[in-house]
Design a protein around this ligand. Structure first.
Ligand code: ADP
Ligand code: ZN
Ligand code: ZN
Length: 724
């Protein structure tokens, strides 16, 4: 048997690939290599070196070229990725690919960690003075005279700069240079005197520096969690160590970045999916080189190299955005814990509404809980009240009591937030004459009416159709929008309260990159206003003059079949409510519902999130649902229902016999049809994670070989966070 390199290639197959070592150079584990793959070439990551080949000599191909002299992924990341691929039953190649910024998955030299800049030469200055260049060349010379710029900056300010740059560089009028050293940051934000609970939390984590210890920082919104993070990052920096800070959404990032930069006095790297690829790769490489010390990022930033790791923080740890829902389905919070253990550093999970998983880990003694119970800046906790909607005359879904409270609040010159977690004008368009309603033919679900666009939109598959002027079934003119989305609430509130601006914040109004920040920023003057929006409003920006939060339409969450719906409803309600009364003015929260006696709402409002979570946990324990039971979900879809059924039947039959596993299904998915594809699933549960993995691991490899697998799309989801 020849000795080979075992390589991860970015393909959705459950295997690594063997190649003969390159003719020149040596590759080590963690280096990228270029290999022939099928009829093409592919960039892979060397996972093992010098292993006996699993296939015969004749089939083996040779590595074409080694791209990295030194491993790009260090031993800790390699080990973590191998663990992750195994745990989430992912294709190993996709796990490794996920860890690398897109630019580093290509056969190109690594970019410099600092982007080079273009500047004028002395000859260039003379040429400009002499006026010897015209047109685009002259414009470029003038631009660079004002300030040397990087290619990325030029791409935005002078889109067609490249041909001119080539001409000018050939004539030695401009040249590439090193960027000026990053400006010296001086911390200039004043330091707050920390209160006792903050001191206690900081002391506990500091004491754990240098070893693995998970903490759950459980503190209501506005209780000063971010201040705790800042202090801990300062202490980590003082030891010359790196911090990874994960946040669930990019919308949160700008304000946090500003706060970090003002306080820490060091550059803060930001990694999120909206970043230009070059920037992303460079930030990643600066962390790898140890040049950068603090990185703030969303889910995929959990793969950032941390050669001098000191601390990992996961903010809003309960947030579902940490779970990747396609391709390699990992959970960034859970991976953060695995990395912290490998790196021997403390990991701090923060939330006002911790996940039931993390609370169970505290209960089991695996995490240490730290509490922040008071709000330093606010004098009173918000007052919460239920509005019973039954038998009320509603105005576009808004009750008189709610409208009255809104009116009072703006009359006092304060701001109101109306929360509704549904975009569009109305979720259903109904014919009052014959009962027809607009439905997506590809999903068999009602289409949402978007009035401003005059369109019907499917929120499941994005199908769009013009809104019909009359009923397509009976020709009647009596088409009525049913229910309310944010667009309709905006319209109703605008009509009712004409003296104040009504701002809508949802995915439509914030499509542009900075629109969210700008919309909220426009409220900074504290003038009275009404905000209407979806869960995007649950966090971000502090609005000190926001004193009333009205939550309308949470009833869907009370009635859902998903066992996590109650947990999500409680979290969202508390998060949104937390926006009220963050400064000195007292806050008020109204919750409008048709189910005022629902036990979950009662516990939540009377006793708070911790009590509600405790009840939910007790239910989960009794029903052996996560976190007390463990789940793997096999999802499958195809054009033909028969293909789905055949695959799931074969998959089910291939599961090992025994009573360690409970199997639900095969069954149709909760949404049996989506975007024209039939969907089905098989849920495998066990009280023991070990038993579950032991059974499912070999089975996942077998699935790919089932004859019926070729006619369907399928995927495995370990610890699914929803069953859709
Ligand atoms: P969280 O992250 O828990 O929502 P923050 O850290 O953002 O809370 O703090 C909420 C507000 O209280 C911020 O305006 C912050 O500046 C302020 N704050 C935090 N800690 C203190 C403190 N010890 N003294 C005074 N104000 C504080
Ligand atoms: Zn009709
Ligand atoms: Zn659809």
């Amino acid at each position: 048997m020849p000795f080979v390199l075992r390589i991860a290639l970015p393909v959705p197959l459950p295997t690594l690939f063997d190649y003969l070592p390159p003719a020149n150079g040596t590759a080590s584990a963690g280096s990228r290599v270029l290999v022939p793959f099928g009829r093409n070439k592919s960039v892979g990551v060397v996972v093992q070196v010098n292993v006996p080949a699993q296939v015969g000599n004749a089939k083996l191909k040779r590595v074409l070229r080694v791209l990295d002299d030194a491993p790009l992924l260090d031993a800790e990341l390699m080990q973590t990725l191998a663990w992750a691929a195994d745990y989430w039953l992912g294709a190993p190649g996709e796990a490794y690919a996920n860890a690398l910024p897109l630019l580093l998955r290509e056969d190109k030299p690594l970019p410099e960690t600092q982007e080079p800049i273009w500047q004028l030469t002395i000859a260039g200055r003379s040429a400009l003075d002499a006026g010897s260049r015209r047109g685009s060349s002259r414009v470029l010379l003038q631009t660079l005279l004002a300030a040397p710029l990087s290619a990325a900056e030029l791409d935005t300010s002078l889109p067609d700069w490249r041909p001119a740059a080539r001409r000018l560089a050939d004539a030695d009028l401009i040249e590439r240079g090193e960027p000026a050293p990053a400006p010296n940051f001086f911390p200039h934000a004043p330091k707050l005197a920390l209160h006792t609970e903050q001191e206690t939390a900081i002391a506990a984590v500091t004491e754990a520096f240098g070893r693995f210890q998970p903490f759950l920082l459980d503190g209501i919104t506005g209780s000063g969690k971010t201040e705790v993070y800042l202090s801990l990052i300062e202490r980590t920096l003082a030891q010359g160590k790196q911090t990874l800070l994960l946040v669930p959404e990019i919308g949160l990032a700008p304000q946090t970045v500003r706060r970090l930069r003002e306080r820490l006095g060091v550059p803060v790297e930001v990694l999120h999916s909206n970043l230009a690829e070059g920037e992303r790769a460079r930030a990643w490489l600066r962390m790898r080189a140890g040049e950068a010390k603090v990185v703030l990022g969303t889910r995929s930033a959990v793969f950032t190299p941390l050669p001098h790791a000191g601390l990992i923080i996961v903010d809003e740890e309960h947030d579902g955005a940490y779970k990747q829902q396609e391709g390699f389905r990992y959970h960034a919070r859970d991976l953060a814990l695995v990395r912290a253990r490998a790196l021997q550093v403390p990991v701090l999970l923060g939330s006002a509404t911790p996940s039931l998983e993390s609370l169970a880990n505290v209960e089991a003694g695996r995490y240490r809980a730290l509490h922040l119970r008071s709000r330093p800046a606010a004098t009173h906790p918000p007052q919460v009240q239920i509005i019973d909607m039954r038998a009320q005359r509603l105005e576009h879904g808004l009750s008189p009591a709610l409208l009255h409270a809104v009116g009072e609040t703006i009359a006092r010159g304060e701001q109101v937030l109306v929360f509704r977690n549904r975009r569009g004008y109305a979720p259903v368009l109904l014919c009052h004459h014959c009962g027809w309603h607009a439905e997506c033919p590809r999903c068999e679900h009602p289409l949402t009416l978007h009035a401003a666009w005059r369109k019907l939109v499917c929120h499941h598959c994005d199908l769009q159709a013009p809104a019909p002027p009359s009923c397509p079934a009976c020709g009647g003119q009596d088409l009525k929008p049913q229910g309310q989305g944010t667009e309709r609430l905006e319209e109703a509130l605008t009509a009712h309260f004409q003296q104040v601006p009504v701002l809508r914040i949802d995915r439509e109004t914030t499509r542009r990159r900075d629109a969210f920040e700008q919309l909220l920023g426009s409220l900074a003057e504290d003038a009275p206003a009404i905000l209407v929006g979806t869960q995007m409003l649950a966090k971000g920006h502090d609005l000190p003059n926001l004193t009333l939060v009205a939550i309308v339409g949470v009833d869907e969450g009370l009635l859902s079949v998903d066992f996590r719906a109650g947990e999500r409803l409680a979290q969202l309600t508390v998060q949104v409510a937390g926006r009220a009364g963050r400064a000195r003015k007292p806050g008020r929260v109204l919750l409008q519902t048709h189910h005022p006696d629902h036990p979950l709402l009662h516990t939540l409002l009377a006793q708070g999130y911790a009590a509600a979570a405790k009840t939910l946990l007790a239910e989960r324990r009794q029903t052996r649902l996560p976190p007390y039971g463990h789940q793997v979900l096999l999802r499958c879809d195809a054009h033909q229902r028969a293909a789905v059924d055949a695959f799931l039947a074969e998959a089910c039959a291939a599961l090992p016999a025994g009573d360690a596993l409970q199997i639900a299904g095969p069954m149709p998915a909760p949404m049996p049809l989506r975007a024209g594809r039939q969907r089905g699933q098989l849920l495998i549960e066990s009280a023991s994670r070990r038993d579950l993995h032991a059974a499912v691991r070999p089975w996942s490899v077998q699935l790919a070989q089932l004859p019926s697998a070729r006619k369907v799309r399928w995927s495995l989801d370990v610890d699914p966070i929803d069953l859709y």
